[in-house]
Design a protein around this ligand. Structure first.
Ligand code: DCP
Ligand code: MG
Length: 581
């Protein structure tokens, strides 16, 4: 229950609706509780005495009170829905905002698939339970206590029946809840697995196709699907089985009441109407008890969802702005790494970068070369503070990046990430993403420099062409170049290109480099091909998280065996010659 209660804050702004709903429900319950009492009056004072007036008058009262009850019930439903829907919308909004505030480090743990389930399925689960709570949570206890009291008032002698019935029903309920609770927990777990399998598959559908693993995936999904069905059936069978059992107990109670009551009526100690009223209250009491057991099960399912939401809500961004961080930042672009060590593990195990020292003067191009997994992406990600160094410092113009407000910092750094992701929308909007106020001329200029202007113009809609989800209707190299244009448009002081021309042919790459060379900015260029780094002011060769060689192309060629090795292997394939042209 803790996690569910923790979400209660989202109901606070709607406290009026959230209080009105139970109040109206209380009114409805009050009306419900009056009915058996009025039936009793019709029977005992109307029918038994042949008094038509009492019958008509009481009947009219019954209809009137029922109508009030109906109105109150409807009102309660409306209020509960308003409160719950607003609650849900705010919850989703807050979750989304939270996700936006998270750092790269957090996102390494909360995968997209999981986040989608949380923002949709889990949020809805909790929202539904809130709507239910606002109605039933009040109804059930009120009805239980109210009808118990009325039953005792109606016939204290018959009420002794409760002493026998209540323990039986309570025991049965505890047993049922104990049996169904774990069953429903397992249903929820299996539902999670199903969601995961489904999401992984939908996002990786192309891989599945490419490896012709469709049948295998269908089988895998089928297994999970079947397990879910079995568990659901087991849980439902349990509930289905218990219903008749409960009804049996209930009916036995009624039979006992009628039997004992009948004897007393014959003896003249009880009136028929009283008996009818009593059995009515008896049934309401026992029914309320059954409702409680259902509530418990439902709540426990929501608790699992609430717990998952709590995990998102409580995750703190791993990278945050320090109080007093610099908010106006106009650097020249001198980047310095001082003894930087970095690990993806919060405790610093398995460092990915070790003792990194480097100086990039304003306007210099620094190239990072190294095998995959060497730590190139990790290194450049420290400059815009996607992650924070474990020890050592990263400084821009002598200021530790941790002392600069994140937005101010990132506003000066243009990044083309290793994986070029485009959003659904026009090509123009994609290029403008980091600088939405940019004019069309600026967009075209950036595109021209990134060598995409030509092919964009060849589309029928030019810059207004729509890019599909994840940019499916563009080639890898085209996407990379749009990502470069996007980074260039923000006119950054520091530009980071993480393997951004890996899918671009050598000739085009050389042309992009030629354009970039005319800009005065500090550039970090990550590459696998030597052709990409030939003209760099400084080339850093990374190996297993360490800088193992450093210098210009010519220097490295004569001094670094590793560099020579890379050079030779690429020469054989002719890549360098092509790129150097
Ligand atoms: N790593 C990790 N968690 C991440 C990203 C990376 O644990 N979120 C690990 C995987 C590698 C190491 O860090 O062992 C270095 O990864 P990089 O992405 O920095 O490696 P490169 O960019 O050099 O490799 P590539 O050329 O493949 O992009
Ligand atoms: Mg990388």
């Amino acid at each position: 229950m803790r996690a569910t209660r923790r979400l209660g804050v989202f109901l606070k702004p709607y406290w009026l609706w959230a209080t009105l709903a139970p109040l109206l429900m209380a009114l409805e319950v009050a009306m419900d509780l009056m009915q058996p009492r009025l039936i009793q009056r019709i029977v005992d004072q109307g029918i038994a005495r042949g008094d038509m007036g009492v019958v008509i008058e009481t009947g009219a009262w019954m209809v009137g009170l029922a109508l009030i009850g109906l109105a109150a019930g409807l009102g309660c439903g409306v209020c509960a829905i308003i409160a719950a829907q607003h609650f849900g919308a705010d919850l989703r909004g807050t979750l989304f905002g939270k996700v936006q505030a998270l750092s790269f480090g957090n996102l390494d743990h909360l995968e997209t698939g999981k986040l989608i389930t949380r923002l949709t399925n889990d949020a809805t689960q909790v929202q539904e339970v809130v709507a239910m709570l606002l109605r039933i949570m009040v109804r059930v206890p009120l009805l239980l206590i109210g009808s118990l009291i009325r039953a005792i008032l109606t016939s204290p002698e018959l009420s002794l029946l409760f002493v026998v019935l209540m323990p039986i029903v309570l025991l049965a309920l505890v047993w049922i809840v104990n049996r169904t609770y774990p069953l429903f927990t397992r249903v929820q777990q299996e539902l999670d697995t199903l969601n995961t399998v489904m999401q992984e598959n939908l996002s990786g559908l192309r891989v599945v196709r490419a490896f012709a693993r469709g049948k295998h995936e269908v089988r895998r999904f089928g297994q999970t699907n079947d397990t879910l069905m079995e568990r659901n059936t087991a849980a439902s069978r349990m509930t289905a089985l218990t219903m008749p059992l409960m009804m049996l107990t209930l009916n036995m109670g009624v039979v006992a009441a009628v039997w004992i009551g009948g004897v007393r009526i014959v003896g003249g100690e009880l009136q028929v109407g009283e008996l009818i009223a009593f059995t009515n209250y008896l049934m309401q009491t026992l029914m309320s008890l059954m409702m409680i057991s259902m509530l418990v099960v439902r709540l426990s399912r929501a608790e699992a969802s609430a717990e998952r939401l709590r995990e998102v809500l409580d995750s703190e961004p791993t990278v945050t702005s320090r109080p007093g961080a610099i908010t106006t930042f106009a650097p020249e672009g001198r980047v310095v790494f001082e003894d930087v060590c970095f690990s993806y593990d919060p405790n610093g195990h398995d460092p990915v970068l070790r003792d990194i020292n480097l100086i990039a003067e304003p306007g210099q191009t620094i190239a990072l070369l190294g095998a995959t997994g060497a730590g190139k992406t990790s290194l450049v990600n420290l400059i815009p503070r996607f992650y924070d160094a474990q020890s050592g410092r990263v400084m821009i113009d002598g200021v530790d990046v941790r002392d600069i407000n994140e937005e101010a910092l990132r506003g000066k750094i243009g990044v083309a990430l290793q994986e070029s992701i485009l959003f659904t929308g026009t090509i123009r909007d994609n290029i403008r993403y980091g600088h939405p106020e940019a004019s069309d001329e600026e967009v075209i200029e950036a595109a021209r420099m990134a060598q995409v202007d030509d092919f964009i113009r060849r589309f029928p809609d030019g810059y207004d062409s729509i890019v599909g989800q994840r940019g499916v209707n563009l080639s890898g190299g085209q996407k990379q170049r749009i990502a470069i244009a996007r980074a260039l448009l923000t006119r950054p002081t520091i530009l980071i290109l993480d393997d951004s021309t890996s899918a671009v042919d050598g000739e085009t790459e050389a042309r992009i480099q030629g354009e970039l060379a005319r800009l005065h900015q500090t550039r970090f260029v990550v590459a696998q091909r030597i052709s990409t780094v030939l003209t760099a002011d400084k080339i850093l060769v990374l190996d297993d998280g360490r800088i193992v060689a450093e210098g210009s192309h010519d220097e490295l060629l004569s001094s670094s065996p590793i560099y020579q090795e890379i050079f030779d292997s690429q020469m054989e394939r002719g890549g360098v010659l092509h790129g150097a042209a």
